[in-house]
Design a protein around this ligand. Structure first.
Ligand code: F0G
Length: 436
């Protein structure tokens, strides 16, 4: 569809052409969003077309993002699309996790099945395509790891130079390895995510670099497809709740925007409610929603779920709007709760990275407080792949995982590896003992 950039601030709402290379509103500094302009929306016809595209061998149709291109702001520009066949992520039933979370049935939408192993690919394919549309040669991002892995891959696929800025020593090894392997110039800055983002926003303008953090509205547009695809997979039956982790709150913004558009355009009749889960040590949005006072960043966010170790989430005004519009809730969970929920997701044969497990931990809390009823239909979005952070997993299962204050976490669902001699009888004895 045709689209324009619109300032998100209600008192400004300035409009700009979709090809204007701006990161924030030049008038008031507000966040920008891409607004679709279209009067020929045909929900039933488009649903049919999208379903037919699943059987197509055309690269764009095979992408779980570009398949839904009618709802993306790239009218007439699809030839530029940089795709690694992102999206196409499964909906997985998880009875054991449902029981743990206190609901009759729970489905995971697992974004860890993406090409670089996280939901960032859904957004990055659009962000990098917009960089090409603008004729930019260099892209950059600040990241807790997944954004940098994804941007590095898509930038290399597009032939662009990429620069990633990451907090020194604070990102999971799997993610650092990806940025290096995909060829990004990798700068490890001795500061936290929020400090580096402030620095890079200044640098990007002076050096003419195109920024691909989630303030970039085209990333948000791509991430809408997580919701569109999920509803397509459910034959357009919306769940009661969508549970997701909250860090910089880009995904919350994207999910809410997708739901509003699908509702307003007539694709769905009911709006699911959003449940955003933050880690206790990095929960400024939770605190803000609880008190409804001024938004106060957390100066020193701390959590082992490094993906969501963010104290000053840039997209909070959008997230506030979306959580309110969906009649949603925000919850926070402890390090122990995240670690245990993660092990349970593993025992379902599914697995995920720590930040993603905040969803199940949050669901458990929300059913205990009766915010979510056991018979409600819940989809939780697992944002990243299990292999992103193997150190965390091995430390948990071997009883060596300590929280950011140095306290040892309990391995409630631990699965210790056993050292055995090179001896068949001895191994048989160990197995007899170990078999439940
Ligand atoms: N889950 C994972 C696995 C993430 O990597 C992130 C964010 C989130 C959840 C939170 O999503 O920021 O949209 O609220 N990671 C970013 C990064 C910040 O740099 O990779 P959000």
């Amino acid at each position: 569809m045709l689209a324009e950039l619109v300032c998100f601030e209600q008192k400004c709402r300035a409009r700009f052409p979709i090809t204007e290379a701006i990161h924030n509103c030049p008038n008031c500094g507000g966040l920008l969003e891409a607004c679709l302009i279209g009067d020929r929306i045909q929900p039933e016809q488009w649903k049919k077309t999208w379903r037919e595209r699943r059987a197509s061998n055309q690269p764009l149709d095979q992408s779980g993002v570009w398949r839904y291109r009618e709802l993306l702001p790239f009218d007439g520009q699809h030839h530029l699309a940089v795709s690694l066949r992102e999206g196409n992520t499964p909906l997985l039933d998880a009875p054991r996790a449902a029981e743990y979370g206190g609901v009759d049935r729970l489905t995971f939408k697992h974004q860890g099945f993406n090409p670089t192993g996280s939901f960032k690919d859904n957004g990055m394919t659009c962000g990098v395509t917009q960089a090409l549309r603008l004729g930019r040669k260099r892209v950059a991002c600040v990241s807790t790891g997944n954004t940098s892995a994804s941007m590095a891959a898509y930038a290399s696929a597009a032939g662009l130079d990429s620069i990633v800025f990451i907090p020194h020593g604070e990102i999971a090894y799997g993610k650092l390895a990806q940025a290096l392997e995909y060829g990004a110039r990798t700068l490890q800055v001795e500061a936290n995510f929020d400090q580096i983002l402030a620095l890079v926003r200044v640098l990007a303008d002076s050096l003419g670099i195109y920024l691909l953090n989630s303030i970039n509205p085209f990333r948000i547009e791509g991430q809408k497809s997580i919701i569109i695809e999920m509803l397509d997979q459910r034959d357009w039956n919306p769940p009661d709740w969508i549970v997701l982790p909250g860090g910089n709150l880009g995904n919350t913004s994207a999910f809410g925007k997708a739901l509003r558009e699908l509702h307003d355009f007539g694709f769905i009749r009911k709006m699911p409610r959003l449940a955003v889960i933050q880690a206790e040590g990095a929960a400024p949005f939770y605190e803000f929603m609880r008190t409804r006072g001024e938004f106060r960043p957390t100066p020193e966010p701390r959590t082992l779920a490094t993906a969501i170790r963010i104290g000053d989430p840039v997209s909070w005004p959008k997230a506030l709007h979306e959580v309110t519009a969906s009649n949603g809730v925000v919850e926070k969970v402890s390090e122990q709760e995240i670690a245990d929920a993660k092990a349970i997701i593993g025992r379902c044969g599914i697995g995920c990275e720590p930040a993603s497990a905040a969803t199940l931990a949050g669901l458990r809390k929300l059913t205990l407080t009766k915010t979510i009823r056991p018979d409600e239909d819940v989809v939780a979005v697992l944002t990243g792949n299990l292999l992103k952070d193997p150190d965390y997993i091995v430390h948990y299962h071997t009883g060596k995982l300590t929280d950011p204050s140095g306290k040892l976490l309990q391995a409630r669902f631990g699965n210790q590896p056993v050292v055995v001699p090179n001896d068949a009888d001895a191994i048989a004895r160990v197995l007899d003992r170990a078999t439940p």
